[in-house]
Structure formats: structure tokens, C-alpha cells
Write a protein that binds this ligand. Structure first.
Ligand SMILES: *Cc1c(COP(=O)(O)O)cnc(C)c1O
Length: 464
């Protein structure tokens, strides 16, 4: 399997190379040259598989011959053995034809564990064989940091540095990062905001002088292809459980960066019968505005009750645009250059294709709270604010006779303030493995909002 850049001017790479790369050198994102295809008969056979076995089959063609089949199967099994529910991704029925797919049974209680638990293990496996080490650097305002740290805690060949804005992440989220112990794990609390942190990570990919000789720098944000790949699996798992391939299934996905829902789009491209894919956004509705107005335009960030979807640019949308524009890298490069300078408008042809594949719904904070309260009252089921946005959009977009699956992306105990704002009296409880989170010792360094200071701190900590 080869991977090509959406902007057409970077060399094509194999899986291992893509795993160790962030952005392509032409500024684009890597996508597979072609998608693996599964026939109806193959899908029928897959319906019998448990989650790790299914994941092994779906991921194998993307990995190609970079990792031995048996090694890959072992890595995948170990990855999902760490999840707290025996089904890994169980479903709960909330109404006739309405289901939620619980993706929050991993170590940090958000769906990002599905990808980052696997990514850490794949990286370590590949690095061990190459006899190399890398440095991972990321900025977080919430879920990504803790999921990345948990994913790398046992990696022998990785030093991970996660920057978060000091005093500006929730206590649960901070503690989920800073209470993880491991030799190569480092939390840097920067005296600045999230944008400062992110700018420092970007600058570090340009100015690599602080790294030991030859040490690679790897990105763990959702532009990393391996994350998308891991997320394709649960679309298959849910649809097969609900009767696919004989019966089509729809999905509603709370999304900001278009990573999670893009995985659903790929699943359909691989042969899974997916009827509708619903883009569910919060008030930061850049994706909904594209779908309704054709214009891709940045707007200032507005804080919401669903902070993990607070974005102004949707980076993975470029991967869809690449397909909508006939996989023409030069056309896309020109378009993204125009977007750097302002708004862009999608063509009629591209827009028609997008609307055929996706519906979209914008859900504000009031509607989010109403949905949390109503689902609690009707079913005794507590949705986190992100999943509530997905479920609200699912109810508005259902077609009779087709099961609709909402991706529940986080456990409600991660967002107790939103649950309280919805008027639910019962406070969501952290699961047993995190019950003592508030008693565990924290490890982090507070550091000036200054790139040189961050680089000096990193250089002192990177293992030689
Ligand atoms: C990251 C995140 C999202 C959004 O994911 P995308 O990749 O932008 O689609 C939604 N919900 C939760 C809880 C998240 O952590």
C-alpha cells in the first residue's frame, strides 16, 4: 500500500514512513493511493469476529508488508485488551432504530484511545526493528494529550512531550495527563494559551536544532494517518452487529476536525453499506456552514460545552476535498493556497458530491443540554456533551427503517459541568480505574511561554 499527498508534490510513502511523518513536505496530508475493498461475502464472514480480530483484518491491507501479519495481530490484540469493556466498543439502544456506540471504554475515557493506544504500539514496534528512537511533541487543550500519553507510556523508543496551557485545562483532563508515570513522559504547562502551545509545536517541526543528532520528530494530532486508519474499524464493527452487509446503517458523528467522520467515509468506500453520514457540530460550525453555504470560511473560536470540538479550521477536511476534486493534487494545492489568504467556495460538482455523502446539523449549547436532560429522563442514560450533539443530530436525520448509530465519543464523567448545566442532579462517576485520580501525584513542569525555554527543557530530558 502506498500513500500520496493531497497536494500532489511530495514523494509517495509506505505505511511505516507515513507512520513516522506528520504533514507531507508539500504541506498536504497523506491518504492511501487506493482503498482496500471487501466483498459482501467477506463482510458476511467478518460479522463473526470479535473487535481485535476484526481490527486485524481491516488494518492489514493498510499496513501492507511493513509489519508481519502475526505481529500485527498481536499488537492489535494487546491494544484492545486494555479497554475496560469486553466488547471494546459496545452499543446501547436508546430508541427504535437509534443506537449509541460507546467509544469511551479506553484508559482515558474518550474515543481517541482507539487510535492512540494503537499508534504508540505500532511506533514502538517499527522503531525497535529500525534501532531508532523518536521524540513526539503535541499541544493539547483536552483529550488528545492524555490519550497520547497513555498510548506511549510503555514505549521504549519514544520520548513524548505534551504542552498544555497552564491553568486552562479542566482538572480531570490535567490529572489524566500529569498522573501518568513513565520514563519518557513529560508534561509541560506553558504560561500561555492553547494557540501559543500549538504555535510552539509547529515551530519545533521547522527548527529542529534542539533534538539530538538524527532524532526524528513525530506528530500525534489527527493529521497522522494511522489515527484515521484505526477509527475505520468501529464503523465496521457497529454496522456488522446491526445486520450489515444485508442491511445498510447510518452514522451520526460529533466532529470538529473531520477526523472521526472521515473514517466513516472511508469505511463506505471499502464496501460497507453506509446510508447516511451525519456531521454533527457545535456552535463552531465551520463544517455545517460549508455544507449549507458552500463557503469554507474561518470564524473566531467560541468556547462551548463540548470543548473537544472547538475548532475554527477543520484540518482533515482537506482529505475529503482531495476526493471531491478528482484527486487532483495540483488543484488542491492551489485551493489551499487561496484558503491561506481567505475564504474559498466549493464548486457545484464538488458540493453535489459532498451533499450526496453527508448531511450536517449544528447543535448549540442549549440544545446540547436539552438532549442530555431528555435522554436521562427517557432512558436513564447519561450522554456527555459531545455525544449529546451527535444524538441530537441523529434524531433529526433519521430515515425510517435504517438503524442510526451515534458515536459516543467521551464518558460523561469527563464533563461533569455540562451534565450539571443540563440540570441532571446525579453527578457522573469516574469508572473504578480512575476513581482515585484526584489522589494521585502529579508530574509536570511549569514553563515560560518561550520557544527557547521549551526547547532547553526538552533537550535536557530527551533520553540519549
Ligand atoms: C477529539 C474529539 C472529538 C472530535 O473528533 P474529530 O476528529 O474532530 O472528529 C469529539 N468528541 C470528543 C470527546 C473528542 O475528544
Amino acid at each position: 500500500m502506498r500513500y500520496v499527498s493531497t497536494r500532489g508534490a511530495a514523494p509517495s510513502l509506505n505505511f511505516e514512513e507515513v507512520l513516522l511523518t506528520g504533514l507531507a513536505e508539500d504541506g498536504g496530508l497523506y491518504v492511501p493511493e487506493s482503498l482496500p475493498q471487501f466483498s459482501q461475502a467477506q463482510l458476511g464472514d467478518m460479522a463473526a469476529l470479535d473487535y481485535p480480530a476484526l481490527a486485524g483484518q481491516i488494518i492489514a491491507p493498510f499496513v501492507g508488508d511493513c509489519i508481519e501479519r502475526e505481529d500485527l495481530a498481536g499488537i492489535v490484540r494487546e491494544t484492545y485488551a486494555g479497554f475496560r469493556h469486553p466488547a471494546v466498543a459496545p452499543m446501547v439502544q436508546l430508541d427504535h432504530d437509534q443506537w449509541v456506540l460507546e467509544l469511551f471504554h479506553g484508559p482515558t475515557l474518550a474515543f481517541k484511545d482507539f487510535a492512540l493506544q494503537l499508534l504508540g504500539r505500532l511506533l514502538d514496534h517499527v522503531l525497535e526493528r529500525r534501532g531508532e528512537r523518536v521524540v513526539i511533541m503535541g499541544a493539547t487543550s483536552g483529550d488528545t494529550g492524555s490519550a497520547a500519553i497513555e498510548g506511549c507510556r510503555r514505549c521504549r523508543n519514544v520520548d513524548i512531550f505534551i504542552l498544555h496551557p497552564h491553568g486552562r485545562v479542566s482538572e480531570v483532563q490535567r490529572r489524566q495527563m500529569t498522573t501518568v508515570q513513565g520514563e519518557g513522559i513529560h508534561n509541560l504547562a506553558v504560561e500561555g494559551n492553547f494557540d501559543d502551545c500549538q504555535a510552539m509545536v509547529k515551530a519545533s517541526f521547522r527548527e529542529r536544532g534542539f533534538l539530538p543528532d538524527g532524532r526524528g520528530l513525530v506528530a500525534v494530532n489527527s493529521i497522522n494517518w494511522a489515527r484515521i486508519m484505526a477509527q475505520v474499524v468501529y464503523y465496521f464493527y457497529a454496522a456488522l452487529a446491526l445486520g450489515a452487509p444485508a442491511r445498510p446503517v447510518s452514522f451520526s458523528v460529533p466532529t470538529g476536525n473531520f477526523g472521526d467522520i472521515f473514517a466513516g467515509y472511508l469505511a463506505r468506500g471499502m464496501g460497507l453499506p453506509v446510508e447516511r453520514l451525519v456531521i454533527a457540530t457545535n456552535r463552531n460550525d465551520v463544517l455545517h456552514r460549508i455544507m449549507t453555504t458552500r463557503v469554507y470560511a474561518r470564524q473566531p473560536l467560541q468556547p462551548s460545552l463540548s470543548p473537544s470540538m472547538d475548532i475554527s479550521v477543520s484540518s482533515n477536511f482537506e482529505r475529503l476535498l482531495f476526493d471531491l476534486y478528482g484527486r487532483d493534487g495540483a488543484a488542491l494545492a492551489a485551493m489551499m493556497a487561496r484558503f491561506d489568504g481567505g475564504d474559498i467556495t466549493l464548486s457545484d460538482v464538488a458540493m453535489a458530491e459532498a451533499r450526496e455523502r453527508f448531511a450536517s446539523v449544528r447543535v448549540d449549547d442549549d440544545a446540547t443540554c436539552e438532549q442530555i436532560a431528555r435522554t436521562w429522563a427517557d432512558c436513564g442514560y447519561l450522554l456527555d456533551p459531545h455525544s449529546a450533539i451527535g444524538y441530537h443530530a441523529a434524531r433529526r436525520s433519521a430515515t425510517p427503517g435504517t438503524p442510526m448509530v451515534t458515536l459516543a465519543t467521551a464518558h460523561p464523567a469527563k464533563f461533569p459541568d455540562a451534565v450539571a448545566a443540563a440540570g441532571v442532579a446525579e453527578a457522573p462517576r469516574l469508572p473504578a480505574h480512575l476513581a482515585d485520580l484526584f489522589d494521585r501525584p502529579e508530574h509536570y513542569s511549569v514553563i515560560a511561554n518561550d520557544l527557547q525555554a521549551v526547547h532547553a527543557a526538552m533537550a535536557a530530558k530527551i533520553r540519549r
